[in-house]
Design a protein around this ligand. Structure first.
Ligand code: ZN
Length: 707
């Protein structure tokens, strides 16, 4: 349950799909983000950090705050800002992401100087980056780095061999609850973490996969918009096959597309994927053959190094059953074409430039609306971050995250937890029994700030200069082995799921833990020199958001130990669910396009976290005043600054294609509606003189106060 979705300035969708390689720093693309003025000031006058943070020039005074608070807070900025050609979304956060990328480049280049010893961290990051950057060397090799894999696919002669090949593609490339990454281009993905019913043991969760487009809706939604994307996708498949000199490309593209459509029809919807009750399907190893006939499961699990694993949880049973059946019913020849295409696409970013450009034309431009591909060095940094994340992270925090920043944020976390404790204790609708359980959960919450206590070990990962594709392949395998090893190790609640140089934050429901990466704990989100109202409205609301995930509609189904267990009295649960239903209706009513509205249920966890987090941050802000009246600053009252800081922190411009994709595939509502959630807080009304009849006005009884 992260702060923001997995979108990226890169414009390549989906983030982890290509060779795990697109993920990194920029899940944050959308963070919208605070304080244009702060960023610009910092850029313009490096020595004088901003002492205030509200971007007064970005406010649109022609808009009534109560009609459209997002436009009021950000309208002037929106009117004068253009999304750069290499980005799908843009806000001042992009500036921060770019800055982080530049910092990381400096660190990598610095580390690589002076011929570091083979196997050292410095050798790894230096050679990984240099190899990715070497476009001429990559072009010269053509498809040679894929030759062995293509020969393996070519040799598939029967269902057993097909099953074995499919098993060999299984990777630890999904994460259903933390980063809410439901996408893998392999037919299945595995996520190893604590078991729903037994948080003291790790178990493999099996998730659906196998699609080239972001979600099942892209294959089955009958709208003209989606039909248009499908036509372009078929053309893209054919173009990739032609680049690889594969005969009958057009006919094969059609059959590959048809197979993917059949796979898509077995998939659970994004909304169903979020339902942990539907996901809690413990299967024994022997169940696969009886419940999901088709694949040769001995061959599949053997090739996946899971032969000895007895207990699984099948997150997506309809897809496991359906895809297994397709392995038997669809011709092996079609599967082979499909797998060849998937292989090329998976590594396309480190194949010759014609593949890179064709891939970008579909994933960047068609799916996200981004006109121009990002510079190669930026893609190389992002790939290094994705595959050597904590090696880079160690360098990053040593240089850019002083202990004083860690201490200040830890103090702020304590304040937010105290505010939360008070809110829960004072809830009038909740019974003492449920309160006791909720407070126990708050007490066991494990909060990580900046970076993990223990770094991951990359010693067995070999990085070879001049082998960009091999480096990615080995990194993915290394991550897979690290995940499988967890099946035989004690649960580690201190494990991090984000890297320190990522501009994001996350709640881990099964570990009952939070990660606040170092990169988000800086201006424009946080600056010790900012006025308190602004820090509480921005990073305070973010901290509150992540704490709240422990109590959102998903988080509230896990107890203090991370067990999937109902700790609610029936009356309290009914009240909680009714509040959630009101929030679903509130978000269902938002429509960015006439033919597309926000999915209130799909985004409920995040929307609960926003409202509850903002409320707790406001409480903590008021407490910090110690009974004194907040000073007026920048001509604004304390509450005005608090709410403007919050909604300016969601400032963002987004291309239409990217926005449509987000609405369809993301658990996070678009930034505009997250910024408008201030309407659920009573304190916002007097701060901006919001009156009945104004568009965002909610009668007191209609304001959703979940916690
Ligand atoms: Zn979240």
């Amino acid at each position: 349950m992260s702060l923001i979705g997995r979108r990226e300035p890169l414009g390549f969708w989906p983030t982890k799909m290509t060779s795990g390689e697109d993920m990194p720093v920029h899940r944050a693309a959308a963070l919208g983000a605070a304080f244009a003025s702060a960023v610009l000031l910092t850029a313009a006058s490096k020595d004088s950090p901003a002492t205030h943070g509200i971007d007064l020039a970005g406010i649109d005074h022609t808009v009534t705050p109560g009609d459209d608070f997002f436009a009021y807070a950000n309208g002037a900025w929106i009117k004068t800002t253009e999304i750069p050609a290499d980005k799908a979304t843009y806000g001042p956060a992009e500036v921060l992401i770019e800055k982080t990328r530049e910092q990381v480049r400096g660190l990598i280049q610095g580390a690589a100087k002076g011929h570091p010893p083979a196997g050292s961290d410095a050798q790894k990051v230096g050679d990984y980056y240099a190899s990715y950057l070497d476009e001429a060397g990559i072009d010269a090799k053509g498809l040679t780095p894929l030759k062995d894999d293509m020969a393996r696919i070519d040799a598939i002669g029967d269902k057993k061999a097909l099953s074995s090949y499919l098993g060999s593609t299984l990777r630890a490339d999904v994460d259903a609850l933390n980063s809410t990454n439901f996408y893998t281009d392999n037919v299945f993905g595995v996520w190893v973490t604590q078991a729903f019913d037994d948080p003291s043991h790790n178990v493999p969760y099996i998730l659906q996969g196998g699609l080239g487009m972001p979600d099942r809706d892209y294959y089955i939604d009958p709208s003209p918009k989606m039909e248009g994307i499908r036509a372009k996708y078929r053309a893209h498949i054919a173009a990739m096959l032609k680049l690889a000199n594969i005969a009958d490309a057009d006919a094969k593209a059609q059959s590959i597309f048809d197979l993917e459509t059949k796979i898509a029809k077995t998939h659970a919807s994004r909304e169903d994927s979020e339902d942990v009750q539907k996901a809690n399907n413990p299967w024994k190893r022997s169940d696969f053959a009886t419940k999901a006939p088709g694949l040769d499961w001995d061959a599949y699990l053997g090739a996946a190094s899971l032969s000895d694993q007895q207990d699984f949880i099948v997150w997506h049973p309809t897809a496991v059953v359906g895809i297994s059946a397709l392995a038997a019913s669809e011709p092996v020849a079609v599967w082979k074409d499909y797998l060849t295409y998937r292989l090329i696409e998976h590594f396309a970013n480190v194949l010759p430039v014609a593949f890179v450009n064709e891939r970008f034309a579909f994933y960047g431009t068609t799916l996200n609306g981004t006109p121009k591909i990002r510079d190669r060095w930026k893609r190389a940094i992002d790939s290094t971050n994705a595959n050597l994340g904590e090696v880079v992270g160690k360098l990053y925090v040593a240089k850019y995250f002083p202990p004083s920043a860690k201490a200040k944020i830890e103090a702020m976390v304590k304040e937010l937890l105290a505010a939360y404790h008070a809110r829960i204790s004072n809830l009038t609708w909740m019974s003492p029994q449920t309160k006791e359980k909720a407070l126990a959960k708050l007490a066991t919450l494990r909060v990580g700030v900046g970076y993990p206590d223990k770094w991951k070990d990359y010693s067995s990962l070999e990085i070879v200069r001049g082998d960009a594709l091999g480096n990615i392949r080995r990194a993915e395998m290394s991550e897979y082995k690290r995940s499988l090893a967890k099946l035989h190790e004690p649960v580690d609640r201190g494990e991090w799921v984000m890297v320190p140089q990522e501009v994001n934050a996350v709640n881990l429901p099964l570990a009952n833990a939070l990660n606040f990466p170092a990169a988000i704990l800086q201006a424009p989100y946080f600056d010790p020199k900012f006025d308190a109202a602004i820090n509480y409205g921005a990073i305070g609301a973010t901290i509150g958001h992540e704490i709240s995930h422990s109590f959102d509609d998903t988080g509230a189904q896990f107890d203090a130990e991370g067990r999937l267990a109902n700790w609610w009295t029936p009356e309290d649960l009914a009240h909680f669910q009714a509040a959630g239903a009101k929030l679903v209706a509130q978000f269902d009513a938002y429509a960015p396009f006439p033919d597309l509205h926000i999915h209130g249920k799909q985004t409920l966890s995040e929307n609960i976290a926003d409202v509850a987090g903002l409320s707790a941050a406001h409480d903590a802000y008021i407490l910090s005043l110690n009974g004194k009246k907040a000073p007026v600053s920048q001509g604004l009252t304390g509450d005005q600054r608090f709410f403007l800081a919050y909604t300016q922190s969601w400032r963002e411009k987004e291309r239409e294609e990217a926005l449509r994709q987000q609405v369809t595939t993301d658990g996070h509502a678009p930034a505009e509606y997250r910024g408008d959630t201030v309407r659920n807080l009573d304190a916002w009304y007097p701060a901006f003189n919001v009156k009945p009849g104004q568009k965002l006005y909610l009668a007191p009884g209609d304001r959703v106060q979940v916690w």
